[in-house]
Design a protein around this ligand. Structure first.
Ligand code: ZN
Ligand code: ZN
Length: 156
């Protein structure tokens, strides 16, 4: 038996090389897909972090200064407001002034979701009812209607 004809070896080698190249490029494609998937995950995490940062930046509660209280009333008027039924108190000029001052202090933003109420006036919520009629600013907070209703559903 003599040596194989040279041409056969070259053709075989050529097909082996081609198969190897196909395998390698399949591997490269697979790795590219994995990288793309990882990039998507990274982008999603970046998005999430940006959203959280926005919430932190826009939703840091404004500190209410006790040095900036509501206007002082006479003891007689305070007693009157204290005696009033709650619904009646909510109609008084004193309560209306307090709600206006609270909305201004919180820059017209709901203190839960940061909404501006979408055209409806924000509501002023009693954090507790101990001081009704002579509230301090820290007894109150400002909420959109949705968050206000949610808080009362959770609480009542
Ligand atoms: Zn809200
Ligand atoms: Zn309320």
């Amino acid at each position: 038996m003599g040596p194989k004809p040279k041409g056969v070896g070259i053709v075989k080698n050529y097909f082996q090389q081609k198969a190897k190249i196909r395998q390698l490029s399949a591997k490269v494609n697979q790795q590219n897909n994995e990288i793309a998937e990882q990039q998507t995950t990274i982008n999603q995490k970046d998005d999430e972090i940006r959203r959280q940062q926005t919430v932190i930046n826009t939703h840091t509660p404004i500190q209410i200064s006790e040095a900036d209280p509501f206007p002082t009333l006479t003891p007689g008027r305070v007693a009157e407001l204290r005696r009033m039924p709650y619904e009646e108190y909510l109609q008084t000029p004193e309560w209306k002034q307090r709600t206006r001052m609270m909305r201004a202090r919180f820059d017209n933003r709901c203190q839960t979701c940061n909404s501006n109420g979408g055209g409806r006036p924000l509501e002023v919520h009693h954090r507790h009812y101990d001081d009704v009629g002579y509230e301090k600013p820290t007894d109150l907070t400002v909420l959109c209607r949705e968050c206000h209703q949610l808080i009362h559903r959770m609480r009542d």
